[in-house]
Design a protein around this ligand. Structure first.
Ligand code: IPM
Ligand code: MG
Length: 355
């Protein structure tokens, strides 16, 4: 029997609770799909700092590189907010992405038919939304030099090299080929030099994908268009910070940030994680929505392990749980037949996995 090694990084806040539910669902699907999964727990974030003094211990990097894929919960919390920057959980995450070389962050935003009423937008605007934000993840203003601060000034630099733009653009065009064959590249080329280079480079890469229709949009307009008419988008290609912002915005189309998964891929091992954070305010109460993490596990099966059928089984089980009216607290007021806890939702989805 095929066997895969999965590195689990539960992290802080609700991280452990939601990862446990994803593991429940993964075990169910593996048992019907002819492969087995072996898990190794690795430390990252505030919990890693508390134990080792480092938010990203070396063993976590080597453990991850030694796995077939990483399933990641969430990190961070107020408790660690006043540490020096390099000790903060977020710095551990950024270093981790860099070490693994996961330059492409894929963030799909899909509106489940069952939840069209859950969005803060009108149902007719969001019904049928199915877009993918392709966010560059290990460059741009998050990593650019010089950066720093003194008493009276703080500075960061938005830098992209041509090569960095080329590789993320290829990812976006390849993904578009498997979807609606449209890429909208988001930049701020009317103001930023780095965006001008971005735009020119994306146009060059586009010539290799004649079937894909390329358009460009300024980021401020894109933020507006996402709310005005989100169905116009198929693949949204963008840099690190614009993608961070736009993907949170896109998540609200679906009704809850607790629904949306992501995949971070690149040279080596991929990282699969919900797009939401560690939600310390609700940690330990059993009310977090595990669907984003379960859906991330599905992306992991599809992209990292090439177990597409098993991934489809998870997606179908999630849809079934929603169409049967099961809701966690975040979605309780939207056509709920039954409001369930984090672990009840995980069990319901695991039970709906087709044999
Ligand atoms: C995300 C998060 C991270 C980011 C933080 C926690 C560093 O917001 O994954 O979107 O900004 O990339
Ligand atoms: Mg973010």
């Amino acid at each position: 029997m095929k066997s895969y090694k999965i590195a689990l990084i539960k992290g802080d806040g609700i991280g452990p609770e939601i990862i446990d539910e994803a593991v429940k669902v993964l075990d169910a699907v593996a048992s019907y799909s002819g492969f087995s999964l072996q898990y190794e727990d690795l430390l990252m974030g505030g919990c890693a700092y508390d134990i080792t003094g480092d938010p990203l211990p070396q063993e976590t990097i080597s453990g991850a590189l030694n796995s077939d894929a990483v399933l990641f919960g969430a990190i961070g919390g107020e408790k660690w907010d006043n540490l020096p920057r390099e000790k903060r959980p977020e710095s551990g995450l950024l270093r981790f992405r860099k070490e693994l070389g996961v330059y492409a962050n894929l963030r799909p935003a899909v509106v489940y038919d069952e939840l069209v009423n859950a969005s803060s937008l009108k149902p007719e605007i969001v019904r049928g939304v199915d877009l993918m934000v392709v966010r560059e993840l290990i460059g741009g203003i998050y990593f650019g030099e010089p950066k720093g601060r003194d008493e009276t000034k703080g500075w960061n630099t938005m830098v992209y090299t041509r090569d960095e733009i080329v590789r993320i653009a290829h990812q976006a065009f390849k993904i578009a080929m498997t979807r609606g064959k449209r890429v909208c590249s988001i930049d701020k080329a009317n103001v930023l030099d780095v965006s001008q280079l971005w735009r020119e480079t994306v146009e060059e890469v586009a010539t290799e994908y004649p079937e894909v229709e390329l358009s460009h949009m300024y980021v401020d307009n894109a933020a507006m268009q996402l709310i005005r008419d989100p169905k116009q988008f198929d693949v949204m290609l963008t840099g690190n910070i614009f993608g961070d912002i736009l993907s949170d915005e896109a998540s609200m189309l679906s009704g809850s940030i607790g629904l949306l998964p992501s995949a971070s891929v690149g040279a080596k091992i991929g990282v699969y994680e919900p797009i939401h954070g560690s939600a310390p305010d609700i940690a330990g109460q059993g009310i977090a929505n595990p669907i984003a993490t379960i859906s991330s596990a599905s992306m992991m099966l599809k992209y990292a392990l090439k177990e597409e059928k098993a991934a489809d089984k998870i997606d179908n089980a999630i849809k079934k749980a929603l169409s049967e009216g099961y809701r966690t607290g975040d979605l309780a007021q939207f056509d709920a037949k039954e409001v369930c806890s984090t672990s009840e939702m995980g069990s319901i989805i695991a039970n709906y996995i087709e044999k």
